[in-house]
Design a protein around this ligand. Sequence first.
Ligand code: ATP
Ligand code: MG
Length: 284
Amino acid sequence: MSLKIAIQKSGRLHEDSIKLLNDCGIVVHNGHNQLKSIAENFPMELYFLRDDDIPQYVQDGVAHIGIVGENVAYEKCKQVQIIKELGFGKCRLSIAVPRSAEYEDVQYLKGKKIATSYPFLCAQFLKKHRIEAEIHEISGSVEIAPSIGLADAICDLVSSGSTLITNGLKETEIILESQAVLIQNVGLGTEQTELISKLLFRINAVQAAKRNKYILLNAPTESLQEIFSLLPGMKSPTVLPLAEEGWSSIHSVLSEDEFWEKIEALKKAGAQGILVVPIEKMII
Ligand code: ATP
Ligand code: MG
C-alpha cells in the first residue's frame, strides 16, 4: 500500500511541492520528463500532472491526495476535500481593466466582455454582485485580451501585478486570495488515511519550524524574571548557569511574527550575546 500523490509536472508549484516533501524527509527522484516516481523512504507514489487535471484525478481516486492552488481546487468544482494550506504559491484571482478605464465599482462590468481561464469563479463573482456580463474563456495569455480587442476586462491570477502593468491594465477587484493546498479524495480507507495523518504530522512540524526561531542569550540573574515573561518558550525556557557567577544562559523558542519586537525588549531587559538559529523541525 502506498499513498498516491499528484503534483504539478512543471510550473509554479512544482519545485515548492517537491521541496515540501523533501522537508518532510521524503526523498523523491524526479527524473527529466518522468510522469511517475516512487519515494525512497516513505510509501508514496508520485504522479506528475498538469495542475488543471489534479482535482479530477483526486476525485476519481487515481491519486489519493494532490497539491494544487485553491484557485484550481475551487474552479474545477470536484468532490475533493481541502485538508491543508501549504503557505506557498500565493496569488490572487482578480479583475483587471485597461488603465484608462473609468472604473468606479463592479457596475462597470455590466454588459462587458471578460476574458478568463476561470469561468466558474468569474461567473460566481458576477452572480454575487448581480452583474450580467459576457465571459470569454481562454486558456492562456489572458492579459493581452483587452489590448487585442478580445475583451473589455480580464479575470486572472496576479501576484506582484507587474504583468498587468506591462499590459496596460489595472487591478480593480480581488475575487479570491489563493495559495497551494493539499486536497484529498473523500472516500479513502484506513490505511491511506493513516499515511495522510503521518504526512500531515510532518507538514505541521515543518511549518511550525518555519514560523519559529531558536534563541539563546546570556542574562544577569536580576533580569531573569523579565526575560522569562518575554520568552515563554514551548513549555518554559531552559536556564543554564554560566561559569561567571550571577549570569545564566537562556534558551527558548521565538515566533517569527514577534521576533524584532521581542529582541528589542530582551536587550532592554539586560540580555546579551543573543544568538538566533533556524529550527529544522518542531514537534509541538
Ligand atoms: P500547468 O501546465 O500545470 O497547467 P499552469 O500554466 O496552469 O500549469 P502555473 O502558471 O504553473 O500553472 O501556476 C500554477 C499555480 O501557481 C496557479 O494555479 C496558482 O495557484 C499559483 N500561482 C502563484 N502565483 C501565480 C501567478 N503570479 N500567476 C499564476 N499562477 C500563480
Ligand atoms: Mg494549468
